[in-house]
Design a protein around this ligand. Structure first.
Ligand code: RIB
Length: 313
């Protein structure tokens, strides 16, 4: 039985790789729609980038919905310094000829979850959680209808990337993350603790370029662009590849290790805003609201990504 997915995304080269990975496993995933989110770059760019990616993969049958243009409470913080002015710098992808759906992304989430049988839809979140949180506030009845949320979000042992304590997706909209983390919906987090083990080394990058289809070459060109910031910042032999950890977990959970734990978002302190406090050692009696992934198998991860990308145009 295929897993029905709604993808929340603000592409972002790493998220482009994740979306293409999902499209490279059509026997596993039925993608109902993409909800473009304001995050790495402004909403106009993330909408355009979603459309570009679906056209690149010849999957314009999948609708793109425009989400909220900013976080629930805060001004939008973006990451052009990593992803470039368009968010998808690297390859020279043509301007999209397709358009987003007329329906707002929040309404799409509510309508689709109400129309679908309970427990059938997985939320694959690669972005800030603004639109899912807005849907949960507007229509609390959808919460029990969601099968699970698998999200690239948070950091604890690896600490933060956009601040010393916060991971970008949570930092951009900490109130949204707090709403989702407290929703009671089954939640799996792929935090920086595990994504920082998944380094796109030169060998792995050349293997992607060696795929010799336009999607593989485009991903290699995207990551060759976005890696520059992280290589300079961390001095590692590769940049962390965050987004594809979500589809990789959905496809092969046995490649990852984690545990049920309480994970709470800081929404008050200016110093630690957006920090995700994981009670890994079960010190408190806070509810264990998330499966927190701390480790993964990088070799198997990149083999899996490769296996998916080779199947694309
Ligand atoms: O913190 C890393 C995550 O934030 C990545 O998914 C990147 O695309 C940004 O959204």
């Amino acid at each position: 039985m295929k897993r029905k997915l709604i993808i929340l995304t603000d592409p972002g080269q790493d998220q482009a790789a994740a979306i293409l990975m999902i499209l490279g496993a059509p026997e596993e995933f039925d993608v109902i729609g993409l909800v473009a989110t304001a995050g790495n770059i402004g909403l106009d760019h993330t909408i355009r980038n979603c459309l570009k990616l679906l056209e690149l993969a010849e999957r314009t049958d999948i609708p793109v919905y425009s989400g909220c243009p900013r976080p629930i409470l805060r001004d939008l913080v973006m990451a052009e310094h990593v992803h470039g002015p368009t968010g998808l710098d690297g390859p020279d992808l043509p301007e999209p000829v397709t358009k987003p759906a007329a329906e707002h992304g929040v309404e799409f989430l509510i309508r689709t979850l109400r129309e679908s049988p309970t427990g059938q839809i997985t939320i694959c979140s690669l972005s800030p959680l603004t639109n899912l949180a807005m849907a949960l506030v507007q229509a609390p009845d959808i919460a029990p209808r969601i099968k699970e949320i698998v999200a690239m979000a948070g950091a604890y042992f690896e600490v933060g990337n956009i601040t010393p304590t916060a991971e970008f997706n949570v930092y951009v909209d900490p109130e949204a993350a707090d709403i989702v983390f407290r929703s009671g919906i089954p939640l799996t987090l792929l935090p920086l603790d595990v994504t920082h083990q998944m380094l796109t080394t030169p060998d792995r990058l050349s293997a992607m370029r060696g795929i010799q289809n336009r999607c593989g070459v485009a991903v290699a060109e995207m990551l060759e662009f976005s890696q520059e910031f992280d290589l300079e910042k961390y001095g590692w032999d590769g940049a962390p590849l965050h987004g594809p950890c979500v589809p990789a977990f959905l496809l092969r959970p046995e490649l990852f290790e984690g545990r049920l734990a309480s994970v709470v978002v800081e929404t008050g302190s200016p110093l630690t805003m957006g920090m995700t406090v994981a009670d890994w050692w079960n010190i408190t009696d806070r509810p264990k609201n998330a499966f927190y992934v701390r480790d993964g198998d990088p070799e198997a991860y990149y083999r899996l990504l490769q296996e998916c990308l080779v199947r694309l145009p």
